[in-house]
Design a protein around this ligand. Sequence first.
Ligand SMILES: Cc1ncc(COP(=O)(O)O)c(C=O)c1O
Length: 386
Amino acid sequence: MAKVYLDHNGTTPLDPELKLKIPDFLDLWGNPSSIHWAGRETKSRIQKIRHQIAESFGISPLEIIFNSGGSEGNNTVIKSVFQILGHERPHFLVSSVEHPSVMKSYEAIKALGAHVEKIPVSRSGQIDFEFIQSRLSEKTAMVSVMLANNETGSIYPIKALADLAHSKGALFHCDAVQGFGKIPFQLKDLGVDYATFSAHKFYALKGTGFLYVKKGSPYVNLVHGGGQERHRRGGTENILGILSLGFMAEKLSEVSLQFDRIEKLRNYFEARILSEIPDVVVNSAQGLRLPNTSSLILQDVDGETLLMSLDLKGFAVSTGAACSSGNPEPSPVLLALGLSREEAQSSLRVSLGWQTSQAEVDLFIETLKSVVIRLRSLKEDSKVIR
Ligand SMILES: Cc1ncc(COP(=O)(O)O)c(C=O)c1O
């Protein structure tokens, strides 16, 4: 049975060239905090990668803090800002379609007294600017809106949102995890104060990422310890992870050559699905979207059953966020878009990677068609029997 992976927003496979490099990376084992040759060798490689990432995003190397990835970055920013500014500015605004690492960090500071308001989004995924305008005040500490949504692929107008937050003296935090390696952008152009990144969404190793903290922005450690990362994140660095991230950051321009091809493939997939399977809706198709993501509602099909049937045939897809799989509750992101529980439970997320082929997509379309027909007819039969 062919195995086809179409869940690249959940995580990505290791880049094949990176996989070949990993044995060499293991030779770099010195503790970067040690001042002897073994430590210095590692430290200088990490610094090189820091400079290279900073250059590709148009920022200063001092603004990068290596950490364990997106969840840690989001927790650090939200808890930091609350701890430092919470008394003076207890109000926070967060989009209603954020990843759980953002939502749950906000729940945590809410329990400590923060006043957190969710920014509504329209059915087509547009952020409600007027709501933000009406709620922003000198009591607002920070606004959080992600660069791109992991479920629908919607891309948000970060520069305009950050300018709006700054006009009232509020900070701006952007979860850029899903944008990294999927769309071209420069952090300096986004105008944000904080941005979070994860290596495993970009063909590198899991458990690694980095946090961008604009020079002068309020910051306290989430992890206290040694003096690593200029005293901003304790703990011996994940050297292998950082080297893998550096390797992929170097390949960023090579991967970005694939953006157009992936977008065409995604559009081809959606066009065929819409014409060959009745009663299908593509979520948030009207606005700007990640080139690789397709979020579908397949009426009268249970998403979990569909996912399991496709899995049995070798296809890896998702019904929503990977972290919510095994959870029978419909996706909070789709509910926030205004979908009914039933619609949200009939969802399927397909996310292509830079190595996904046309043949894989064709095979998937044929399988999806037959599985959907079977599940719909089973549902009809069960209605008749009842
Ligand atoms: C938008 C978004 N933010 C944050 C995360 C969490 O990143 P990590 O797995 O590195 O903690 C994810 C991963 O699913 C994500 O999609």
